[in-house]
Design a protein. Structure first.
Ligand SMILES: [Zn+2]
Length: 109
């Protein structure tokens, strides 16, 4: 369950950025192809936040659309899965987004 490691990272980032104040809520963006379960991440966040300044803070997960550029025709595609190919038939795609996980906003108490 790698979500727990991710949740610990989120807590560490928030601990560093909270300026000594309690954290009320955290918004993270998760790429749709990041292979992260929002449900497992929320559960893991509760575990990781226990006993820290983030205990009881709410975690909101916002999906980030996965996009890629075709190596042949240069068009930018929105991906639904890892296996997608371009309408021109090319399957060599350069990912632009969708694999990332970022802390977007912190609400401090
Ligand atoms: Zn193409």
């Amino acid at each position: 369950m790698h979500e727990l490691a991710i949740a610990r990272n989120i807590v560490a980032i928030c601990e560093a950025g909270r300026d000594g104040r309690p954290v009320v809520s955290v918004v993270v963006g998760v790429g749709e192809l990041a292979a992260v379960s929002a449900h497992a991440l929320s559960f893991s966040f509760e575990l990781a936040a226990a006993g820290t300044a983030l205990e009881g803070a709410t975690l909101t997960v916002e999906p980030i659309k996965a996009t890629a550029r075709c190596a042949s025709c240069g068009v930018t595609l929105t991906l639904e899965s890892h296996l997608e190919q371009c309408t021109c038939g090319q399957s060599k795609l350069t990912w632009l987004s969708g694999g990332e996980l970022v802390v977007r906003r912190l609400e401090l108490g």
